[in-house]
Design a protein around this ligand. Sequence first.
Ligand code: HEM
Length: 684
Amino acid sequence: MDHDKQDNQMHQNKKDRQLDQFRRQNTGNPMTDINGQKVANDQKTLRAGKRGPLLMQDFHFYKKQSHFNRERIPEKVVHARGFGVHGVFEATESLEEYTMAKFLEPGTKTPVFVRFSNFIGNRGSKDTAVDIRGFATKFYTEQGNYDMLALQFPVFILADAMKFMDVTHAAKPEPRQHMPQATVAHDNFWDYVVSNPESAHMVMWVMSMRGRPRSWRMMEGYPINTFRFINKEGKSTFVRFIWKPKLGVHSLMLDEANIIGGVDPDFHRRDIVEAIGNGAFPEYELCVQLIDEEDEFKFDFDILDDTKFWPEEEVPPKVVGKMTLNRLMDNFFAENEQSAFNPSNLVPGIEFTNDPVLQGRSFAYRDTELHRHHSANYEELPINRPISDVNHNLRDSYLKYPIEQDSVHFHNNMQAENTPAEVSPEEGGYENYPGQVEGHVTREHPSESFQDYYSQARMFWNSLSMPEKQDLVDSFSFHVGSVKNKDIRQKTVEMFGNVDTDFATMLAENIGVEPPQTAHVDYEKSSSALSQLNTPHSAWTSRVAVLIGDEFNGEELKKVLDALAGVKAKVDIVSETLAPVKGSDGLELTPTQTFLTVHPTLYDSIFVAGGKAKNQMKFDQAVMDFFKMQYMHMKPIAVSADAEQYVLQTEDNNMEGVVLASANPEFARQYVDALAIKRFWDRT
Ligand code: HEM
């Protein structure tokens, strides 16, 4: 092994080293066939005479074409559009009192692979769709793989696994023309919603800003369903997990998300690729909410009901570890597309509860991957393999990689001294919790409160700030406004009248139906944790466009760029063309984008440096367009002393968040402070 490779391996974690065995570089080497023969001609087929037919004996062509014909595998039935990144999880707080899971022992570092995804759209749809997002983490622990599948909301759309197919059918494109793609702005989805009232709560979350994350780095993750922790003494505690991003929770406005879907459908993956490439590794804290077994019935929600969250004020989250995403995939297909997650991949110390959705999920994931990969061996694919030892009597099926040498592959046996041998729970064997079961065979809900559809939906509404409420009304109006069937629109208004009468009345007005006859439920709780305005705000890694022409003020620009570098901002120099621009002090700068290649919605902010251009009128227009759109989206704007002509102050606008350089020695610092605020909701 060469030194570079050896050195590299020393810095790798166990999963990296395992993946290394499968990495292959074709670049720089002679071309061979799939079975190793060197290829002399890869460009022309073998023919009988110059003008004759192809010969079947052209096995190279046959392999090339037939392999290509089989390149695609079915996309995931849901969460088809996804993107994976590698990282590490480090446990920081002892949970020994609650769980024996070893990867949660403080100081333990566990390699992880995280796949972010969209629920509805197909593999080629857009990142910024208003949608449910997946946040699936595979922990490669020393006790085997533990998969934690999360969404960006704390509640789910159904309370019984039986309905999963139905809600998915309703949300996906209408089956005759397969339209519309990657959106719930259509009749089928809202027909489902009004016909299945337990969906009301999650729909509030989907329609809220949280349905449109600014970045996966600014999105919470909730595995939603209730699990159990089991400690060494066998005591069980109910647990829900939460991922909290270090950067706080931030979102796109609805029209931004819609526009970005067209101008950069890869917006979220580009964002994480840029951040990791820039060394600004995304970080998330893992929190747990714990409820003692004795307290199972102490709350006004059922802890087994996944259409309800556990309010942080009632069940405070405890931070137990940190995840850092620090490495990009080598190959999208091998890692992202072949990855398979399964909530049944558990480790000792973590178990299911009787949450009826979780129970249904325990079967669904393996089954769908068996179909997708056409083989019982998909867990042997490099991205899915555990780093712990694997010894079992499962055999054969399509594409078996390991060459099992055993002559005995059954249990119990004498010839192999009964190996592979069972492991006692004391020595790490997985043991199911001996929970008590009672009752008759039934299809009833576990408790009455499963049918309280609106209390927590109202709590969510009560907790939102004014801009978030306005945004929610707009988002509902956009989606339900696209529904053609007036009865469904009317029923939506009636349904959400149970959540808030004013809200439903505003909606009714916007979508041309009667105000609700329903009155909202009597539930006045709120939770400050539910408003995005209360999460961390920071300028870190903001995306900034510097709009610039010739004769810009070099000294001023340098100060701004230094300040932006201090917060690892991603800066694009945007000009008329990609030809270098020259400052009045002779400083030369090469633009990275032009007004044609990017769109204002792609940036968190702009710095208007201004300057001269070949086509000054066109340049001025482009700068004005950027300015107007940034202003409209309440984003911070910085303006050079030489570019104030672009600031159109009238009596009606208050210029909140517009930072001017003119006679302002604090300009650069003030600009970074404004970047941290992100949106100036009081702007007029
Ligand atoms: C009855 C309820 C549910 C059923 C039947 C179900 C089923 C499925 C299926 C079949 C997939 C596709 C998996 C694949 O092709 O690899 C999937 C993906 C996923 N599910 Fe669920 N799901 C349910 C609820 C949930 C809930 C409550 C969560 C999270 C709290 C969740 C999180 C995810 C995630 C993150 C993925 C994407 C995994 C990936 O990136 O490959 N699901 N689900």
